[in-house]
Design a protein around this ligand. Structure first.
Ligand SMILES: [Cu+2]
Length: 438
């Protein structure tokens, strides 16, 4: 989300969700009706949790209303509803419902999911308090519902201006650039890479700085690029405030170099270092990432590309890594969200290799306008027969290598086709970039 809380609140207001799902009901129907407070100042609101959203994005009640939330998890994974005033449901499994008695609401409250990364990925909503009281809930609901898929001219103009401003800002400069090639130092024929994990502030998009975890201070960490048969040593220094370990995803390594604490090695505690040394046995596009508290550490940024040249690499003009991620940094390509993503720029008819690497927890179908993507490798292995796609599905953990011939001139949009990873009412954000053919 480009503007975080404000963006969500505005989105909710534009969509007019405010009262759409609001139902008026007395607390405690049936036997306890007699004991229920005044029905006019009591409200039960339905809240839907999904992957990764909360609907409605904005709710409102008159000041002093006694609020009950009926919370349903319609998503495929666990979520909870946490309120900034301290109320909270238990973790709800897919399909579960919980009722949360909030009581009298005096001031606006933020609603979010407290599971790691979910709030940042979009699971946030607002419960606003209206000045004064209103009893005309039915009319309010009807107007709000009608505006969900229709806009006033002013709303449409506001959306257009925000959309165009985002595009005009691309490519926007931000502090920090990830996935830069790291030159090793060579000790007795071994290529040695020093990698330090630490907690940093990372500018994801212009002005949007998030807490992150990083290798050598960038997200993604530096790119390690070696050749088949190389002897390598990766020295992991843990400067985090928690334990970690490093896994070489896709590489064939001795078991004790596999990076799973408690199974193949001890934990790397804060302040400690660990040497990973092995001979590189398989070529292709691989990754290195944390394998401790990984659902937090990897989406937060402890990830990088590990590329191994084989015997017959295609000759290309540009070799581009595209690390896809989702979580506390939002939806990102190489650690940045649009408009801070980098464009791929090629001269007409140049051949470009794109190495997709999905380090996120969600699938990302990467769609390139105007140019054909030819899949040459999956998970570092050459495919037996090359095939062509305009939308390449990249599952969590997968690497897919494609060749793109820059045959058509122009600026071609290049984005994840789960459209909510790429665009909202404020314009394009997240997993959007461009392939520019000059
Ligand atoms: Cu996506």
């Amino acid at each position: 989300m480009r503007n975080g809380y404000a963006a969500m609140a505005v989105a909710g207001a534009i969509l007019g969700f405010s009262a759409l799902l609001v139902s008026t009901a007395a607390l405690g129907q049936g036997a306890s009706v007699a004991a229920a407070p005044d029905a006019l100042t009591t409200r039960t609101l339905d809240v839907e949790l999904g992957d990764l959203f909360i609907k409605p994005g904005s709710l409102s009640v008159p000041a002093g209303t006694d609020v009950t939330l009926r919370v349903h998890n319609g998503g495929g994974t666990e979520h909870d509803l946490t309120m900034s005033d301290g109320h909270k449901t238990p973790r709800l499994a897919s399909g579960e419902t919980a009722v949360l008695n909030v009581g009298a609401v005096a001031s606006s409250i933020t609603l979010f999911c407290s599971l790691p990364g979910h709030r940042e990925a979009g699971m946030q909503a607002a419960l606003a308090v209206e000045a004064g009281t209103s009893t005309d809930h039915t009319a309010h609901a009807a107007v709000a519902g009608a505006s969900q898929l229709s806009m006033t001219p002013a709303q449409s103009a506001k959306m257009d201006a925000s959309y165009l401003a985002g595009i005009k800002a691309f490519p926007a400069a931000t502090k920090g650039e990830g996935a830069q090639l790291l030159a090793p130092r060579v000790e007795n024929g071994v290529k040695v890479f020093d990698i330090t994990a630490s907690e940093i502030a990372w500018e994801v998009s212009p002005g949007e700085t998030r807490q992150a975890m990083a290798y050598n201070g960038t997200v993604p960490g530096p790119t390690i690029h070696v050749a088949l048969g190389d002897r390598v040593r990766i020295v992991l220094h843990n400067q985090l405030t928690e334990s970690t370990a490093m896994h070489f995803h896709g590489l064939v390594v001795p078991n004790d170099m596999d990076g799973v604490p408690g199974i193949t090695q001890p934990l790397v505690l804060p302040g400690q270092s660990f040497n990973y040394e092995f001979t590189v046995r398989n070529a292709g596009s691989h990754m290195y990432h944390s394998h401790m508290n990984a659902a937090v550490q990897v989406p937060a940024g402890l990830l990088g590309a590990f590329i191994v040249d084989g015997k017959d690499e295609p000759a290309v003009a540009h070799d581009e890594v595209m690390v896809l991620n989702d979580g506390p940094l939002g939806y990102t390509i190489n650690g940045k969200g649009f408009p801070a993503t980098h464009a791929i720029v090629a001269k007409q008819n140049e051949l470009v290799r794109v190495r997709y690497m999905n380090e996120g927890l969600q699938i990302h179908p990467m769609h390139l306008h105007g140019l054909v993507q030819t899949v040459i490798a999956v998970d570092g292995n050459s495919v037996p027969q090359r095939y062509q796609q305009d939308t390449v599905m990249v599952a969590p953990g997968q690497r897919i290598d494609v060749l793109v011939s820059a045959s058509e001139l122009g600026v071609w949009a290049f984005h994840c086709h789960i459209l909510s990873h790429a665009e909202n009412e404020q314009g394009m954000y997240g997993m959007v970039t461009a392939f520019i053919v000059k």
